[in-house]
Ligand binder design. Structure first.
Ligand SMILES: [Zn+2]
Ligand SMILES: [Zn+2]
Length: 173
């Protein structure tokens, strides 16, 4: 998700680029493995402002049954990028003290991956589920109870009856 923005950085404030992306992402740090959508980059007085509407596919493991599944997210990126180096002079530039945006490296490459990663992580649930009613794995036999119902708990006595049973079955003395 790298874009060389050297040319855009040389253009006047307000210059724009609109383009669409569709890529497979193989970065292991990335939760997303596919991203597609529309991107707009605008030259600002400090750097480049990026707006993007992306459809991203994310591979996850279900927190209950551990199955791999993929989820599709709609992400909106809205980030300003500050160039670390002046594209004309090659001199180092220093961002404002309160800068909270991202950076364009000395190679003038703007990388959308980090913004995508942050946005995806902010959107994803902490305990992902493959489906809302996933019943998960049996903690006794390890069976995936979405696929097979094991008998581990079927023979259990309902705890509400356990006290009653204690009354019926008197200890042998
Ligand atoms: Zn599951
Ligand atoms: Zn079981």
């Amino acid at each position: 998700m790298n874009y060389n923005v050297a040319q855009l950085l040389k253009e006047p404030i307000g210059s724009e680029r609109d383009f669409s992306i569709e890529e497979t992402i193989t970065d292991a740090e990335q939760p997303a493995n596919y991203a597609a959508g529309a991107v707009r980059m605008v030259r600002t007085h400090q750097g480049i402002w990026v707006q993007a509407d992306l459809t991203v596919t994310v591979a996850q493991d279900c927190s209950r049954c551990l199955a791999d599944f993929s989820r599709t997210l709609e992400l909106e990126l809205d980030e300003e990028y500050f160039p670390e180096v002046d594209v004309r002079t090659g001199h180092r530039l220093f961002p404002p003290d309160d800068w909270e945006g991202l950076y364009i490296g000395a190679d003038h490459i703007l990388d959308l991956a980090e913004a995508t990663r942050q946005s995806a992580l902010a959107t994803l649930p902490l305990k992902p589920l493959c489906k809302p009613d996933c019943v998960g794995i049996c903690d006794r036999c390890g069976a995936d109870r979405n696929l097979n119902d094991c008998d581990c708990y079927a023979a259990e006595i309902d705890p509400r009856w356990a006290a009653l049973r204690a009354l019926i079955v008197e200890p042998q003395t």
